[in-house]
Design a protein around this ligand. Structure first.
Ligand code: SF4
Length: 360
């Protein structure tokens, strides 16, 4: 597309989009500052997560960790606790590790070059370009799903946008179109356009500031671009979980006990749980014996209402079981706490759903 956009037309496109962004941008907390730390935290939280879901977490996180130094000093459990419910917990772990590196190796300042930024844990091309362009005015274009869709429609680029060659082509296009005088605003303007006007299903072309330059609109291709992505076939899973409860209303949580912790429980504190095939109760009792040395014969597992849980392509049925015990077992890598107060520890939303079954 940039081949057919004369320099003057490119300038007009940039001017119109930047003016639209200036007039219509949403008032978001990370836009109130050029502090790279605050922009970085926002960009990480916004990966695969909607703005409305991010906002309360963002406020809480920044209140607790207002600087990169305060984040670097924090224990990992505290960081995970504040992330708890936001999902994709490797983001929080990497953010924490990167904060430590920034303090240790960069004197507490977010790196100014893309190479140094990308060398930090969890920071890829997109996040590095977003932070450096917005905080430091570096002329680096971003490319995410929203930007790719806008660019593909502007240039009538057909096919699977995530195919490596096409993604590279869109990356080049993004860099060619970048308004070098205001790279941070330009990047945010494209993202904003993709989120609010040039939306996936039915773009609002009548309200679009760059519609005159849009080839997809001119050729009546807005419904066909981007091409739908092939989705991975869903996988069904059943996970049985044991809520052990002692007479004082306390329960026991475990950590890293099995193969499903990473996917479902994000390597955080969780109820003892196992994927089951046919006989959930018996398989769970066996698992409890394996990890907590609980005698299966002495255990009565009471079935609680099941819950649905989706993680990417997995459709999971959670099968909670309550076991009333006189005494909770004492084992390494376990925590005992009141069942009504699980938020004292970092837990995933799957663990919360399991706990909620006891309140029905
Ligand atoms: S004219 Fe329509 S399809 Fe083209 S960029 Fe604007 S909103 Fe998207």
């Amino acid at each position: 597309m940039h081949d057919i956009l004369a320099p003057r037309a490119l300038k007009t496109l940039q001017r119109r989009l930047l003016a639209w962004f200036c007039a219509h941008k949403r008032d978001l907390p990370w836009r109130a500052s050029r502090d790279p730390y605050r922009i970085w935290v926002a960009e990480v939280m916004l990966q695969q997560t909607r703005i409305t879901a991010v906002l309360p977490y963002y406020y809480r996180f920044l209140k607790q960790f207002p600087t990169v130094e305060s984040l670097a000093r924090a224990p990992q459990d505290k960081v995970l606790q504040l992330w708890s419910g936001l999902g994709y917990y490797s983001r929080a772990r990497n953010l924490h590790r990167a904060a430590k590196e920034i303090v240790a190796r960069h004197n507490g300042e977010f790196p100014r070059t893309i190479e140094a930024a990308r060398a930090l844990p969890g920071i890829g091309r997109y996040t590095a370009a977003a932070v450096l362009s917005i905080a430091y005015d570096e002329p680096l274009a971003v490319l995410d799903g929203n930007v790719a869709r806008v660019l593909a429609r502007l240039g009538a680029v057909r096919g699977d946008l995530r195919a490596p060659a096409r993604w590279r082509q869109l990356g080049d296009l993004a860099q060619d179109l970048l308004a070098a005088s205001a790279p941070g605003d330009w990047n945010q303007a494209l993202m904003e356009l993709g989120e609010t006007i040039c939306t996936p299903q039915i773009p609002r072309c009548a309200a679009c500031p760059v519609s005159r330059a849009c080839l997809a609109r001119a050729r009546n291709l807005t419904r066909e671009i981007p091409a739908p992505r092939r989705k991975r076939a869903p996988v069904k899973m059943r996970i049985a979980a044991a809520i052990l409860r002692d007479p004082r209303g306390r329960t026991i949580l475990v950590r890293d006990p099995g193969a499903h912790d990473d996917v479902l429980f994000s390597r955080m504190w969780q109820f003892p749980a196992v994927e089951v095939a046919r006989h959930a109760e018996a398989e769970l009792a066996e698992h409890l014996h394996d990890i907590l040395k609980i005698d299966a014969a002495s255990l009565r597992l009471e079935s609680l209402p099941s819950a649905r849980h989706g993680v990417t392509f997995r459709n999971i049925t959670l099968l909670p079981f309550l076991a009333r015990v006189a005494r909770l077992p004492k084992r390494p890598r376990t925590r005992v706490l009141p069942l009504s107060n699980l938020d004292r520890l970092p837990v995933s939303s799957a663990t919360r759903k399991i706990a909620a079954a006891t309140r029905i």
